[in-house]
Design a protein around this ligand. Structure first.
Ligand code: G3H
Ligand code: 13P
Ligand code: ZN
Length: 317
């Protein structure tokens, strides 16, 4: 069942975080739905502009619809990740997406407010939820690269004003994370004090943590042992921090890079170990299983594991 992110957030706020997973192909979709069935967890499938371009818009939507048929008990939202205004409108009008993200965080505050408010009006008229972003994450997203010294944490007072003036359903906040595999150097980690200050100004508003991949060291080591050349200093968010962040209002946790690492490790190891092989379904099947296991593990860390029945009752009452 496809629901809005607002529906998922109502059940989760303050207790657990819902995983939001970027997908681009059939194998990711199968692993994602299988993993959440095993975990009995709600989730968010998110589609970036890059995914729409890579798979083609009808194809990426058809993959998700087909996965829903294979897993009829799944409860999930379909979300546009890092949309611009035109893509938000295309998704709102498509009738398929239950939620969109308008990312105008690179614009000055007032312009971000104006653009976001326009999207909120169009989306809410159709019962679709909206996520916006305030502050600037480091790392690379789509074609915008921002190094750490130019990243800017979300200002709690601005966040309050932004939400009041736009009417967004959730807010992506810059709290120390960045996209990709190289998030932190030295002792850096999540800025819990900043999350707490934002929650204090905006009690009950679901916060979104982008750049939440953990970039496990052993995954990087296995990829490199199988011929990869990832920088071994790659570091991500400690997954044991998800629960603390969830209690402070972080209700959506975005994960893409970790899934890409699973894909890279599985395929590199497979073709290293079976150099004579060219039936891509064999590593594909290994990947689907490994991705499903990865999802189950993450659901435990997010606290979404086992929440499906409770959510189903809340939705039907
Ligand atoms: O935040 C960006 C996501 O990881 C999506 O990446 O734009 O390469 O599809 P992408
Ligand atoms: P990661 O690169 O940490 O997986 O973040 C993904 C993300 O924020 C998608 O919007
Ligand atoms: Zn993101």
């Amino acid at each position: 069942m496809i629901v809005t992110t607002a529906t998922l957030f109502r059940a989760a706020y303050g207790q657990y975080a819902v995983g939001a997973w970027n997908i681009n192909n059939m194998e990711q979709a199968l692993g994602l739905f299988e993993g959440h069935q095993r975990a009995q967890a709600p989730f968010i499938v998110q589609i970036s502009k890059g995914a729409r371009k890579y798979a083609g818009i009808p194809m990426i939507e058809a993959i998700i619809r087909a996965a829903e048929q294979l897993y009829p008990d799944a409860i999930f939202a379909v979300h546009l990740d890092h949309g611009d205004e035109a893509t938000c409108y295309a998704c709102i009008d498509s009738g398929f997406y239950s939620s969109v993200m308008i990312d105008a965080s690179h614009e000055p505050f007032e312009e971000n407010v104006t653009i976001t408010r326009r999207v909120v009006e169009r989306a809410h008229a159709k019962g679709i939820s909206v996520e916006a972003e305030l502050g600037m994450l480091g790392g690379v997203e789509e074609d915008i690269a921002l190094d750490e010294k130019h990243a800017r944490l979300t200002d709690p007072d601005e966040a309050k004003r932004f939400v009041e003036e736009t009417g967004v359903d959730s807010l992506a906040v810059a709290i120390g994370t960045s996209h990709g595999a190289y998030k932190f150097t030295g002792q850096q980690a999540l800025h819990f004090d900043r999350i707490a200050a934002i929650q204090e100004r905006l009690p009950g508003l679901p916060l979104v943590m982008h750049g939440s991949s953990s970039v496990p060291q052993e995954e990087v080591a296995r990829i490199n042992a199988a011929g990869g050349k990832l920088d071994p200093s790659a570091r991500g968010v400690d997954e044991n921090d998800f629960a603390r962040a969830a209690r402070l209002g972080v209700t959506k946790v975005n994960i893409d890079t970790d899934g890409r690492l699973v894909w890279t490790r599985v395929h590199r190891e497979y073709f290293r170990d079976y150099p004579q092989e060219f039936d891509f379904r064999k590593p594909g099947a290994v990947f689907i299983e490994e991705f499903a296991r990865f999802v189950v593990h993450k659901s435990q860390k997010l606290g979404s594991f086992g929440q499906l029945d409770k959510l189903r009752s809340a939705i039907s009452s």
